[in-house]
Design a binder for this molecule. Structure first.
Ligand code: PAF
Length: 279
């Protein structure tokens, strides 16, 4: 596995990769969710590339950029074990030189849900992913369904800007008790860890009543809110029952929906989602 930092070294190493090339973009502190992306890429592509970069532009001023967990040696060992061929670990100065001034704003699909609560977040994500698409020129790029809106934003951007890349969305990987894997789970301590299963419990409860015939969007939102509010350590930021493609909030009877939520457990902000019905 080749590990490079500079753009020149990356371009040189990329030129030597056999296609199709699969890209796994990450912010490091890897877990089974990231590895599932690398494993899928390994199975579908002749070469697999990855990036590790905690992207400052997708963090708000009061968010956890400085405390975001990092462990580069462990990450590199995991990627090597997963059969990755090339890893880019740039510095912030390489990605955002002092005179950087070009940003990508995806509009409607980035406005709701996470976009409404994290202003500027998807501008940072879209710009970073566009840069990764430009420098790696991947045939396929792999992202997790856990970040459902991110997946929708990246799909939209790739389509709108004609990036010749297939955006592949892989299922959320969960701990045995249902907690969605996330690098931010490392922030959970003591009784916060079992409390964090409340997100999956709320989604599963809504999915069960949907399976039993409930179709009213507001009833499903209400139910998820009640489950979250029953957990003393949880503070609900939003629960949503939205169209899985447009991400517009749904009212009245639904056929298919993206259930999603953001919940604080202590100071840790967690998100999770589930799709109901066929899309
Ligand atoms: O999902 C992430 O880890 C990040 O948002 C991404 C896609 C690597 C862009 O910085």
């Amino acid at each position: 596995m080749k590990v490079v930092t500079t753009l020149d070294d990356l371009r040189h190493a990329r030129a030597g990769l056999l296609g199709p090339v699969g890209l796994v973009p990450t912010m490091g502190y890897l877990h089974e969710g990231h590895l599932s992306l690398a494993t899928r890429a390994r199975a579908e592509c002749a070469s697999v590339a990855a990036s590790i970069f905690v992207n400052p532009s997708q963090f708000g001023p009061s968010e956890d950029l400085s405390s975001y967990p990092r462990d580069l040696p462990r990450d590199l060992a995991m990627l090597k074990e997963a059969g990755v061929d090339l890893v880019w670990t740039p510095t912030p100065e390489i990605v955002y030189p002092a005179d950087f001034q070009s940003w990508i704003t995806v509009e409607e699909v980035a406005r709701t849900l996470e976009g409404a609560h994290r202003p500027g977040h998807f501008r940072g994500v879209a710009t970073m992913v566009a840069k990764l698409f430009n420098v790696f020129q991947p045939d396929r790029a792999y992202f997790g369904q856990k970040d459902a809106q991110q997946a929708a934003v990246i799909r939209q951007m790739a389509r709108d800007l004609n990036f010749p890349v297939e955006v592949v969305i892989c299922p959320t990987v969960r701990e045995p008790d249902g907690l969605a894997m996330s690098s931010r789970n490392a922030y959970l301590h003591g009784e916060q860890r079992p409390a964090a299963t409340v997100l999956f419990r709320a989604l599963s409860t809504a999915a069960a009543v949907y399976a039993a015939g409930e179709r009213d969007a507001e009833a499903l939102r209400q139910l998820m809110a009640e489950v979250i509010d029953s957990e003393p350590l949880a503070r609900r930021q939003y629960v949503s029952v939205a169209d899985p493609i447009s991400l517009h909030e749904l009212q009245g009877p639904i056929q298919r929906a993206l259930l999603s939520m953001a919940v604080h457990i202590g100071t840790t902000r967690l998100i999770d989602n589930l799709i109901l019905g066929d899309i």
